[in-house]
Design a protein around this ligand. Structure first.
Ligand SMILES: O=C(O)CCC(=O)C(=O)O
Length: 660
C-alpha cells in the first residue's frame, strides 16, 4: 500500500482523500484494500473457455459503477494454460446473462473490423481487458441496456448497471457506438495501476488468471458523484445488494467542510474538529482520555462524556470503553464528592449567562469571561460555552456546583429582556427558572408543564431553545420504553394561534436519566426548526412515538417494487401520473396505520389540499377494493425522492410481466 501512485489521493490518510477527514469517532468507511482473484478466460489457442456459471463470474466483473474512486493494481498473472475443461470453439460464454464476449474480442474504435487474435496477442503480456465509459454516459447506457433486456424478453432489471448482470460485448459495444457512446478499452498488464473515477460504468475481463489489489478513495473532484450514487443506491428496491451507504458519503462531506473551514481559520464546533492521530497499542488504535466530564443513561446503558487528550471535543462513550482507566477512577471520586447538591444552591439553567475564569496563555493572568450554560445535569454539573471577548476563540467545558466562585461565577447583572427582542420568550422563561428567590428553595421553579408552555409547543414555532431538565423530577415507571438519541418521534405543534395543532416529526437530541429529553422539531415545509424539551409524562399529549412503517416484504399481488426514477424537473414528476404507488398512512380515527395501494391521479394540488398537507404535490386516488375498504377517494401527499423508500412514505409499483 505504500507504493500506491498519487498517494495524496489514494492513501487512507492522503491530504486529497476526503475520507481522511472523518474524525476517529465516526465509523470508518470500508475503503479496502480489496483483492480480486481472477480466473483466466483465454486458452493458449485464443479461445474463450466454456465454464460453469461461477467460473464465468470469476473470469471478469460485470458492468457496474462504484460509489467511490478507486485504483486497481495488477499484482500477479499466471501463464496462459490449457484448461482442464473443454474450450469453447469460436464463441465464449463469459459475462452475465445478457452480454458475452462472443467474437474473440473487438477493439473499440476499429469500426466493426474485428482484429482477430487481438486478445490472444494481448493475452501473452496482459492480464485483463478493461472497458470504462464516461460517467456522463451512464444514463444512456442504462436506457440502452433496458432496451436490450426488453428485446431479449428478459424482465426489466431493477437497475441495469447497479444489478451488475450485464457484460457489454463487442456486438453491444458496436450498437452503443452507433448511439454515440464510446468507452475506453485497454489491457492492464502486470504492475499497471488503473484509476476508475467514481460514477464511470466499467467492466473487466481477465485474460489470464490473476490477482489485483484495489483501494477506494474519495477525491474532491468526484465527491458530488459519490453523493449522487449514494442517493441512487438508496433508491434501489429493498434487498438489492447495492442498497447501502458503504462510504458514509454525507459524513465525509460534512467533515471535509468542517476541516476546510478550520484550516481557513473559521471557528468550527468541537464535534467536527480533528485532533492528533491516535497511537497504536498492541496493534490497536488508542486515544488517551483526558478526563470524564459527565455521565448519562442511554437506553439502559451507562455512558460517559469523555474529553480526549489533544482534542477539543467530548464524545459519549459506553462505560465498557473506559474500564480500568485512571479517568474513570477520578470521575468516580469526583462524583462521590459532588454527590449532594446543597438545598440552597440556585440551579443555573440552559441559556443562562455566567462567567468563567480563563487564562488565555501561560503568561496572561486569568480573567473572567462570559459563558453560556448549555446543558445542566441532575448532579449539579453543567456544560457551558465560553467565548473569548475578542471573538478569537470559543470552546465548551464542564463545571460543577462545587466550583462556583472559583472556576465560575454568576453574572453580576443579567442582560435585560428589552435588549434582545428576538429572545423575549426564552428570556422570560429563563427568568422564571433562574430568578427563584434565593432565600427560598432554589431548585428551578418551572415544572415540565410550564416549560413546555413557555417554549411554544402547542402554540407554534415561535420560540427557539427550550427549558432544561428539572432536577428531582420523578423518573419514568419501570417498563417505560426509553428514547434514544437520534430516534424520530412526533410532537404536536400549531403553526399559529388559529391553526389546528398537527403532529410533526422531531429528532431526539439528548435523553436524560429522569426521562426528559430534548428534541429538534422541523416543520414539514422546512420553514422553521427549533429545539424543545419534553418529559416522559407528556407522552401521548405533547409527543408520541412514530408508528413503525416498514413496507411489507412483498409488493401487492401482481406488482413489484420499482426503483425511484429521477425526480428533478416538473416533467419528471408529471411522468408519475397514472402509476401505482404504495403509501404509508399513520393511525387516524378509523384508519389502521398501514401501507395502502393507490393510483397517482394528479400532479399539483390546490390551496385547500395544502391545508391538510402543506408539502403535498400530488393527489392519490384510493379505491375500497384495493385498500380493503380502508380508504376511498382522493388524498394529498408529497411524493419526492427524500421520502421514497421501504421505511419512508411511498414506493412505486410496477406490474409484474407475464413471465415474472
Ligand atoms: O478486477 C476486477 O475483476 C474488477 C475490478 C473493478 O471493477 C474495480 O476495481 O472496481
Amino acid at each position: 500500500m505504500r507504493a500506491l501512485p498519487l498517494a495524496a489521493y489514494t492513501k487512507r490518510d492522503g491530504a486529497l482523500n476526503l475520507a481522511s477527514k472523518l474524525p476517529r469517532y465516526c465509523l470508518p468507511p470500508d475503503l479496502g484494500p480489496k483483492m480480486y482473484l481472477g480466473f483466466g478466460a483465454l486458452t493458449p489457442e485464443g479461445r474463450f473457455v466454456r465454464a460453469s456459471t461461477s467460473e464465468r463470474h470469476a473470469a471478469g466483473t460485470g458492468l457496474h459503477v462504484d460509489i467511490a474512486d478507486a485504483v486497481n493494481i495488477l499484482c500477479h498473472i499466471e501463464p496462459l494454460r490449457a484448461p482442464s475443461w473443454a474450450p469453447r470453439s469460436g464463441a465464449g460464454g463469459l459475462g452475465g446473462p445478457v452480454g458475452t464476449e462472443d467474437d474473440g474480442g473487438t477493439q473499440d474504435g476499429a469500426a466493426g473490423g474485428p482484429s482477430k487474435g487481438w486478445l490472444l496477442g494481448e493475452g501473452q503480456t496482459g492480464g485483463a481487458v478493461w472497458d470504462i465509459w464516461h460517467a456522463d454516459d451512464a444514463e444512456t447506457i442504462c436506457a440502452f441496456l433496458n432496451r436490450v433486456a426488453a428485446e431479449k424478453g428478459l424482465p426489466l432489471p431493477a437497475h441495469p448497471i447497479h444489478d451488475q448482470t450485464f457484460y457489454i460485448n463487442a456486438r453491444l459495444r458496436k450498437r452503443l457506438k452507433e448511439e454515440g457512446v464510446v468507452g475506453w478499452r485497454f489491457v492492464q498488464r502486470l504492475g499497471d495501476a488503473v484509476f476508475i473515477p467514481c460514477g464511470c460504468p466499467h467492466q473487466v475481463l481477465n485474460l489470464r488468471s490473476c490477482i489485483k489489489v484495489a483501494m477506494d478513495f474519495v477525491s474532491p473532484e468526484h465527491i458530488a458523484r459519490c453523493l449522487a450514487h449514494t442517493e441512487q443506491f438508496r433508491l434501489l428496491p429493498r434487498g438489492h445488494g447495492r442498497r447501502q451507504d458503504t462510504l458514509s458519503t454525507k459524513s465525509v462531506l460534512l467533515h471535509t467542510v468542517a476541516h476546510a473551514l478550520r484550516t481557513a481559520g473559521v471557528y468550527v464546533a468541537p464535534g467536527y474538529a480533528l485532533g492528533p492521530p491516535p497511537t497504536l497499542v498492541g496493534g490497536e488504535v488508542e486515544y488517551s482520555v483526558e478526563y470524564i466530564a459527565a455521565e448519562r443513561m442511554k437506553g439502559n446503558k451507562l455512558e460517559y462524556n469523555v474529553k480526549w487528550l489533544g482534542y477539543e471535543e467530548w464524545t459519549w462513550e459506553p462505560a465498557r470503553h473506559l474500564k480500568n482507566t485512571k479517568a474513570l477512577l477520578e470521575w468516580q471520586a469526583k462524583k462521590q464528592q459532588n454527590l449532594t447538591v446543597p438545598e440552597e444552591w440556585v440551579w443555573p439553567v440552559e441559556g443562562e449567562g455566567i462567567e468563567v475564569e480563563v487564562a488565555v496563555s501561560e503568561d496572561t493572568p486569568p480573567a473572567w469571561v462570559g459563558a453560556e450554560v448549555l446543558v445542566v445535569l441532575v448532579d449539579g454539573t453543567f456544560q457551558a460555552r465560553i467565548v473569548l471577548p475578542d471573538g478569537s476563540d470559543q470552546w465548551e467545558d464542564w463545571f460543577s456546583w462545587k466550583e462556583e466562585g472559583k472556576d465560575w461565577r454568576r453574572r453580576a447583572q443579567q442582560p435585560t429582556a428589552e435588549g434582545a427582542a428576538s429572545c423575549l420568550a426564552s428570556e422570560s422563561t429563563h427568568s422564571n427558572a433562574t430568578h427563584a428567590d434565593s432565600s427560598s428553595k432554589s431548585v428551578p421553579t418551572t415544572t415540565s408543564q410550564e416549560r413546555t408552555e413557555g417554549f411554544g409547543v402547542d402554540q407554534g414555532p415561535v420560540d427557539q431553545g427550550g427549558g432544561p431538565p428539572v432536577p428531582g423530577a420523578p423518573p419514568p415507571p419501570a417498563g417505560w420504553k426509553w428514547l434514544h438519541e437520534g430516534e424520530t418521534i412526533e410532537v404536536e405543534v400549531a403553526a399559529s394561534e388559529d391553526a389546528p395543532a398537527v403532529w410533526v416529526t422531531a429528532e431526539v437530541l439528548i435523553a436524560l436519566i429522569d426521562g426528559s429529553f430534548q428534541a429538534r422539531i422541523v416543520l414539514p415545509d422546512g420553514s422553521d426548526q427549533w429545539d424543545d424539551w419534553f418529559s416522559w409524562q407528556e407522552e401521548g399529549s405533547d409527543w408520541r412515538r412514530r408508528a413503525k412503517r416498514e413496507a411489507p416484504e412483498e409488493a401487492p399481488e401482481g406488482f413489484r417494487y420499482a426503483t425511484c426514477p429521477r425526480l428533478e424537473t416538473d416533467e419528471d414528476y408529471r411522468k408519475l401520473v397514472g402509476r401505482k404507488v404504495l403509501v404509508a398512512h399513520e393511525r387516524k380515527k378509523n384508519l389502521e396505520p398501514n401501507w395502502y395501494m393507490g393510483r397517482i391521479k394528479l400532479f399539483g394540488v390546490s390551496a385547500a389540499w395544502k391545508k391538510t398537507c402543506p408539502s403535498a404535490n400530488f393527489i392519490i386516488k384510493y379505491s375500497k377494493t384495493e385498500t380493503g375498504n380502508a380508504l376511498d377517494g382522493d388524498s394529498a401527499i408529497e411524493l419526492a425522492t427524500h421520502n421514497y423508500g421501504v421505511d419512508e412514505w411511498w414506493l412505486l409499483l410496477d406490474p409484474l410481466l407475464p413471465e415474472e
